[in-house]
Design a protein around this ligand. Structure first.
Ligand code: GAP
Length: 513
């Protein structure tokens, strides 16, 4: 655990030191759970957005993208159920006066049981060596099965109680599990209460006529209210999807874990409209499609798992998370939800406008069903960034810090380094930049010895360092050094574009999906 915490602290300080993420309003001591993306962070974030947009919109001829406003008519949130049901169950500890999400306290308890399972697996793997069969072990070992059964029982009871609004039982569960406040160590809990997460604001200058608005807590509703506009103007035929990337706002009570849980964040969502009765098939298909997108980035199959929901949101008939192994354990990265016709039907009712589709194939009008994929851009950023940060022991006994970002997402693709600041080498380096900058984000760096510059670029996540030396003046070749292998090769300047392109082009990466 201490190890995990150390790793996470390193992630946060590295993100600041290398210009990826800053605390918002830092000179005023910051604003809790609000962050700014710095010069490198903004590039990484943009690259993640593009990687998603290309995969979802550009590569699917039946998905289009929109960009709807953050402010929406207040009735939208009544219709969507957010006014009545977008709540977190909160509990206070009377001694520490600290407030917690009751479900998170219970989930953290289960995460501890999961850690115990992991320990058993690691112990057995060491004991049995190459003969170890993990699959067999976890399905037969009595201790592992016991922990797993306990986790399943707890989560299933919590899911049912939350669904039935039985908050007294959620409290009983916390008491029965002997969960203590992490700050005071006491079990002196208040009752569990619901708390709405939407931020309210006002539209209009005069106090009497101002209209109460909400900052949108999800981007999805901007898609639902535009469903018919897009379908008609785009002549879309079911099944089809509408995607968008945009900001969402939630008044998170337990906002910690850096950019994992923020009050202002970005979502990349896609609503896929299907014929009623086919939603199950599409739900499974999108689960597979989305996990393939994640795996295409090469961040390790073992770092992902599906988690099927016991507690379904007010709009869903099936839901699963893609969880990622963050430095603080497996947590939700993306949700895939079968949202039924809940949203469109409810908007029909509240707006009085028909939101139906005439299906020529079956000669019938209906309110389409919806399968949604919803990923937090900031969580994706954290997944990529934390997974990429490694400390490597080198053969000479020293260590290097390297940010092994998937090259396709790296903010800077290459650094061009003149070996020395004289003899015309900087001029050649700048000529190379002039040529490459039309295709890639590249930078110039002449400060310090070349070894230090390599390390700086390693820590910054730059996949290539290109060094201009005296030989360059004679034969128009340079050395190109690869961040991950540290291998150096002499290549012609004329070949640089195609060498870099082969490793960073989105096309090559997306073909793996
Ligand atoms: N439209 C469905 C929806 O909003 P959700 O599970 O509440 O579903 C979707 O959110 C995704 O948004 C999550 O999987 C997560 O990646 C991201 N997300 C949710 N709350 C967040 C927060 N407070 N900070 C950062 N990301 C968040």
């Amino acid at each position: 655990m201490a190890n995990q915490e150390d790793k996470f602290k390193k992630v946060i300080s590295h993100a600041k030191e290398y210009g990826y993420v800053f605390q918002s309003s830092e000179i005023y001591d910051g604003l809790s759970a609000v962050y700014d993306y710095a010069q490198n962070g903004a590039e990484l974030k943009n690259n993640i957005k593009q990687y998603w947009w290309k995969a979802m919109v550009q590569l699917h001829d039946n998905i289009v993208g929109i960009d709807s406003a953050i402010f929406m008519h207040p009735t939208v949130w009544k219709a969507s159920g957010h006014v009545d049901a977008f709540n977190d169950p909160l509990i206070d500890n009377k001694d520490s006066k600290k407030r917690y999400r009751a479900d998170v306290l219970i989930e953290d308890y289960c995460a501890k049981l999961e850690n115990k399972i992991d320990k058993e697996i690691n112990k057995a793997a060491k004991r049995f060596g190459d003969a170890f069969n993990k699959e067999e072990f976890v399905t037969t070992n009595a201790r592992v099965l016991g922990y797993q059964e306990k986790i399943d029982t707890i989560l299933s009871r919590m899911g049912k109680s939350l669904e039935n609004e039985d908050l007294a039982d959620v409290k009983s569960l916390i008491e029965e599990l002997d969960i203590v406040c992490p700050v005071s160590g006491s079990k002196n809990w208040t009752d569990v209460k619901q708390f709405n997460l939407m931020f309210g604001t006002k539209l209009g200058a005069s106090a009497d006529s101002a209209m109460d608005l909400y900052l949108r807590p999800e981007t999805a509703q901007g898609i639902f209210v535009n469903f018919l506009n897009v379908q008609k103007t785009g002549r879309m035929k079911i099944p089809f999807g509408i995607a968008q990337i945009g900001k969402a706002f939630r008044n998170e009570i337990v906002a910690r874990q850096f950019i994992f849980r923020q009050r202002e964040f970005e979502q990349m969502e896609m609503q896929f409209f299907v014929r009623p009765g086919t939603q199950k098939e599409w739900y499974e298909a999108w689960k597979q499609n989305r996990i393939k997108w994640h795996l295409s980035l090469g961040m390790g199959e073992d770092n992902y798992r599906f988690h099927d929901h016991d507690k379904l949101a007010h709009y869903a008939d099936a839901a699963a998370d893609i969880e990622f192994k963050f430095p603080f354990g497996f947590k939700e990265l993306e949700g895939i939800h079968s949202r039924t016709d809940f949203d469109l039907s409810s908007h029909e009712k509240h707006s009085g406008k028909k939101l139906q589709y005439f299906d020529h194939e079956i000669n019938e009008s209906y309110v389409p069903y919806v399968v949604e994929t919803s990923i937090g851009l900031d969580r994706m950023f954290l997944a990529v960034f934390s997974n990429s940060l490694v400390e490597e022991e080198l053969e000479n006994g020293s260590t290097r810090t390297v940010l092994k970002l998937p090259a396709v997402l790296a903010p800077t693709k290459a650094a061009i380094l003149p070996l020395v600041k004289k003899d015309g080498l900087p001029d050649v380096a700048k000529e190379i930049i002039e040529d490459l900058k039309w295709d890639f984000k590249v930078i110039y760096d002449e400060k310090d010895a070349v070894g230090r510059r390599y390390r700086r670029q390693d820590a910054n996540g730059t996949p290539f360092c290109i060094t201009v030396d005296h030989q360059t003046l004679e034969d128009k070749t340079v050395t190109i050094r690869h961040r991950d292998t540290m291998e150096q090769k002499r290549v012609a300047i004329a070949d640089l574009k195609s060498i870099i392109n082969a490793e960073v082009s989105m096309k090559e990466w997306l073909k793996k999906i």
